[in-house]
Design a protein around this ligand. Structure first.
Ligand SMILES: [Zn+2]
Length: 162
């Protein structure tokens, strides 16, 4: 389940024309299999890594909410939430959220993607702060992180807050 999203980092940068307009960039990127995969993998909900984590948690008997807004009136939604324990979990796409390993601004079309990614990263930081202020524990994982490791950390936090 992990292999496809893992591949996106390389294929994304390797393909594509040198100089194109924004729209052309989007179209041509989306026209390569690697980018289509990455865009699918970066949909806000139900990404492959998220599904894998959810099913692993479920298999351990844990129950949680999906795509849950932790703070009333705040338009931010956790990918996974343990509402009683107030644990909010986000699985961030490497590209859109600026993963230090895979999300560095693309060498091509950096002017186009850079600001969008920077905006997402600022928003993530803001979300962390607002949720923390409201008493939530925020856990963030990159989509490239091994599912087992993410699940182990989530379980450790859940256990600690029983
Ligand atoms: Zn990554």
């Amino acid at each position: 389940m992990w292999s496809t999203s893992f591949e996106l980092s390389d294929s994304k940068y390797a393909n594509g024309p040198e100089r194109v307009s924004d729209e052309q960039a989007l179209r041509s990127w989306a026209s390569t299999p690697g980018v289509r995969r990455s865009m699918l993998a970066n949909k806000r909900r139900d990404t492959r890594p998220e599904l894998a984590i959810r099913s692993a948690l479920h298999a351990r008997g844990l129950r949680y909410r999906v795509d849950f807004p932790p703070v009333r009136g705040l338009r931010r939604r956790a990918d996974i939430a343990f509402t009683r324990r107030r644990i909010a979990i986000f699985i961030d796409g490497c590209f859109w959220h600026g993963c230090p390993l895979h999300g560095t601004s693309p060498r091509r079309n950096a002017d186009y993607w850079g600001p969008k990614i920077a905006h997402n990263m600022e928003r993530d930081t803001d979300t962390n702060e607002r949720l923390a202020e409201a008493g939530w524990v925020v856990l963030r994982f990159w989509e490239h992180e091994p599912v087992d490791r993410a699940v182990a950390r989530i379980c450790a936090v859940v256990d600690a807050m029983r």
